[in-house]
Design a protein around this ligand. Structure first.
Ligand SMILES: NC(=O)C1=CN([C@@H]2O[C@H](COP(=O)(O)OP(=O)(O)OC[C@H]3O[C@@H](n4cnc5c(N)ncnc54)[C@H](OP(=O)(O)O)[C@@H]3O)[C@@H](O)[C@H]2O)C=CC1
Ligand SMILES: N[C@@H](CC=O)C(=O)O
Length: 783
């Protein structure tokens, strides 16, 4: 059992669900809320409600204009109660009593505006509660003023007591709590300001240490921009808490200022969605690296007034801003210039009158006011650290009359201030630059084994951020192994991948005939000669190629023919994972050559599996057990004899030698395990494990006696390609390698005497799939 303020709670803490006024505005909306409660709310959860849509506005009119507004209010609430409930009588009686109290309280001026507005939430909670009872859903409603007491900053006072009351009511069914309401320290009922129900929900969630808060509202999530202004705007599946906080400070309609604050100390997921939605809404999570450094959304706030106050010292600035906050006046793009003692900030036009009063009362000097100002802000996790993104955004603003570029005190936001008339054009321009996706290029993956499955997993998990980076939607149209394939005209990334169509005779190629002479990216994640043999056909079809399969890249004649055809077709072929998995060996060599360096030799450990196997082997546990484990860990080739024979390393050496133009080099090639121990079928090879163990144990013992280790090394130069098992001493650059690591020591004219070294994991699912993804991004960006 966990504890909160000494109260025992189950590990699975209650979730909090908040339903806004528009979700509760009429019988149809309330039916949707009830469906949502049935499907998403557990008995131990808390439901926070706003007033039924329109009721708060009517209560404000009653308070401002007087009791003659009461009949209209009574009529609309009565009508709502009678249409929602099968048996409305009891609630109608209590409603009439409330209206009597309201009328007499207003006449005697004993009611504050808070007391009057509170009726909205009280009626809403009672109505929902009564309807749930009619439907047999156990629940009880509560006036939040009996639970939440807050200080002047709306922070909870005596949270332990609030938690105790909330937890005491467990077991009585769903708790329905009035949002927006609390009590101050003097015991008076108060309201929590604009969008106070969202604040109530996150406050209760933080008190209960909830793991999730659901904000059920009138939109199904946060969008890349306001869809009323930018129709192409798309829902964002995930935001970080930092992004959500940055957005809330910019006047977001969906995530309000204050809403996030309670969760900064006790983070919980926030799920924003609309009832009856067929999407998953937007999920605000504490942390996520997906899309880091990219713009996630563009916020837009118009009809602001920019104010410039002069001769104001720093402390006074803070006091004045606190006064604005206390008066519930939102401030945007605030900037204090210490040397000039100038404060610049924007307020909403509707708040301008009250702000001017506060400025006068404070005796401050307003030197400039500018109306009709818009604030457009790009928000994304750490975008301010991504100089490419920032300069792209700033470049886009060049043809607009920008008043100010503002850099708020977080790394996630960049703001632009400009005249209202230009704002929508800038927003559309920025949205197109950040989010417009070109028509997608279909992607086909051949090989659904270790690397293929991991590659598709990361493609699925990072779809949105990759799409943003390559400026096109991802469309995986087919996946195949040697026996089956799966095809979708649209995209498989939102589906469960289960290749189940017959592919025993290469039926997949027939299926892909519609794409002949159209751009397509074919990714070969097999080790298959049958696939490699089709490369010329793929390129003739006008397709780009990405290969983890080394067979063609290591064969100079085939690779040269293919490159000639690729040039004719203007297509790309990337093979970066064929050597060193995701290590940047081929790209580094290319850059050295392109920039005029002369590479003389590359030496090192080119095999991830042999590095792992010999790195782990200690003469104790049988060698072949390490081989089996390397195979299970996806370090080896599908047939591990390709590694043990040295064939796989030899192919990698040929790939690099070809890149460096060392075509005439003689070859010295010694297998790690003698050929005779690996002859026959794979089964026969495994059956020969004892003999192989004995052979390697002998080698290891001899090495050990000389204080050396066994290491499968490769070296390439214009004279010789050498691939062999060697004894290395502790001074050798490969001696300290972690099992599984590769090392490439590059001698070149520029790195003479002090070689360039590239080192790191050289095999495995994660790194190799990441390397394939890099190749895909490069192809899509250049296609
Ligand atoms: N593992 C690693 O660390 C690295 C691997 N690579 C390369 O990646 C490739 C894949 O390795 P890995 O995923 O570990 O191997 P797996 O054996 O796990 O997967 C190979 C996949 O290819 C499929 N396949 C075989 N023949 C065909 C065919 N004719 N048509 C369609 N699919 C076919 C297999 O299907 P089925 O299951 O039906 O046989 C299987 O799904 C290899 O070329 C390897 O050299 C490159 C860098 C690092
Ligand atoms: N079998 C290979 C995997 C990558 O190519 C290796 O061991 O390095």
């Amino acid at each position: 059992m966990a504890e909160i303020y000494g109260q025992p709670v189950a590990r699975e803490t209650p979730a909090v669900h908040k339903f806004g006024g528009s979700s509760l505005k009429d019988v149809t909306a309330i039916s949707s809320v009830i469906r949502t409660i049935r499907s998403h709310v557990r008995t131990e959860d808390v439901v926070v409600v706003s007033a039924n849509g329109g009721v708060t506005d009517q209560l404000i009119q009653v308070f401002n204009d007087g009791t003659h507004r009461l009949p209209a209010l009574r009529e609309s609430v009565q009508q709502l109660v009678t249409t929602v409930l099968d048996q409305p009588d009891a609630l109608l009686v209590s409603l009439l009593e409330d209206l009597e109290l309201l009328s007499s309280g207003l006449s005697q001026t004993t009611l504050s505006v808070h007391d009057v507005l509170a009726y909205g939430e009280l009626w809403s909670a009672q109505l929902l509660s009564a309807r749930l009872h009619e439907l047999g859903i156990p629940n009880h409603w509560r006036d939040a003023r009996d639970i939440l007491t807050v200080d002047a900053q709306n922070n909870p006072v005596n949270p332990a007591k609030a938690v105790q009351i909330l937890l005491d009511s467990k077991g009585e069914g769903i708790q329905i709590l009035t949002g927006f309401l609390a009590r101050n320290e003097a015991g008076q009922g108060i309201t929590l300001g604009r969008n106070g129900s969202d604040y109530s929900a996150t406050l209760v969630a933080s008190l209960l240490r909830s793991s999730a808060v659901y904000l059920w509202t009138d939109v199904d999530g946060v969008y890349t921009a306001d869809p009323h202004v930018i129709p192409e705007a798309r829902r964002i599946p995930t935001l970080t808490l930092g992004e959500a906080q940055a957005l809330s400070e910019l006047g977001s309609h969906v995530l309000h200022h204050k809403t996030i604050n309670p969760l900064l100390q006790h983070p919980a997921r926030i799920i924003i969605n609309t009832c009856d939605s067929d999407t998953l809404g937007t999920d605000v999570v504490e942390q996520s690296r997906a899309g880091e450094g990219q713009v996630k959304t563009l916020a837009h706030k118009s009809q602001l007034v920019q104010l410039t106050l002069a001769g104001i010292h720093e402390l006074r600035t803070r006091q004045f801003q606190a006064e604005l906050t206390a008066g519930q006046i939102n401030q945007y793009a605030c900037h204090y210039d210490k040397t000039r003692q100038v404060l610049q900030l924007c307020v909403e036009q509707v708040d301008f009158f009250r702000t001017s009063q506060l400025i006068r009362q404070a005796g401050l000097t307003l030197v400039q006011q500018l109306s009709g100002v818009s604030l457009i802000s790009a928000v994304g996790h750490n975008i301010r650290q991504n100089h490419r993104v920032i300069s792209q955004l700033l470049g886009r603003t060049a043809r607009f009359d920008v008043l100010n570029i503002h850099y708020p005190g977080n790394d996630h936001t960049l703001c632009v201030l400009l005249a209202d008339e230009q704002a929508e054009a800038l927003l559309a321009d920025l949205h197109a630059a950040c989010f417009d996706l070109a028509p997608s290029i279909p992607i086909v993956v051949l090989g659904y084994g270790n690397i293929g499955q991991q590659f598709i997993r990361i493609l699925k998990d990072n779809k949105a951020s990759i799409e943003q980076r390559v400026k096109q939607s991802l469309s995986l149209v087919a996946v195949a192994n040697s026996r089956h394939y799966q095809y979708a005209g649209e995209c498989l990334l939102d589906e469960v991948i289960v290749p189940d169509q017959d592919n025993t005779s290469g039926e997949i190629y027939q299926r892909l005939s519609d794409y002949i002479n159209k751009p397509l990216v074919l990714i070969d994640l097999t080790a298959s000669e049958a696939v490699a043999a089709r490369y010329p056909e793929f390129v003739a079809n006008g397709w780009h190629l990405i290969s983890a399969n080394k067979l063609v890249a290591a064969d100079d004649i085939r690779a040269s023919h293919l490159e000639a055809e690729l040039e004719k077709q203007h297509r790309r072929w990337l093979t970066n994972t064929t050597v060193g998995a995701a290590l940047p060996i081929q790209s580094s060599l290319r850059k050295l050559i392109e920039s005029g360096d002369q590479v003389q030799a590359v030496n090192g450990v080119f095999s991830g599996s042999l590095s792992w196997i010999f790195g782990q082997y200690d003469g104790q546990r049988p060698f072949m057990e390490w081989v089996r484990q390397a195979h299970a860990n996806a370090y080896t080739e599908p047939d591990p004899r390709d590694d043990l024979s040295g064939q796989d390393v030899y192919r990698k050496a040929l790939i690099l030698a070809r890149q460096l133009g060392f075509n005439e080099a003689r070859v010295v090639f010694t297998p790690a395990i003698p050929d005779e121990l690996m002859a026959g079928t794979l089964e026969q090879f495994w059956a020969r494990s004892a003999a192989i163990d004995e052979h390697v144990a002998g080698l290891w013992k001899a090495a050990n006696e000389q204080g050396k280790s066994l290491c499968y090394l490769a070296s390439i130069s214009s004279q010789e390609i050498n691939v062999s098992l060697q004894l290395i001493d502790q001074q050798h650059p490969a001696a300290g390698l972690r099992p599984g690591d590769n090392i490439f020591v590059i001698d070149s004219a520029w790195y003479a005497g002090n070689p360039l070294v590239i080192q790191g994991p050289g095999a495995g699912r994660e790194v190799t799939a990441a390397g394939v993804l890099n190749d895909l991004i490069e192809v899509l960006q250049s296609a």
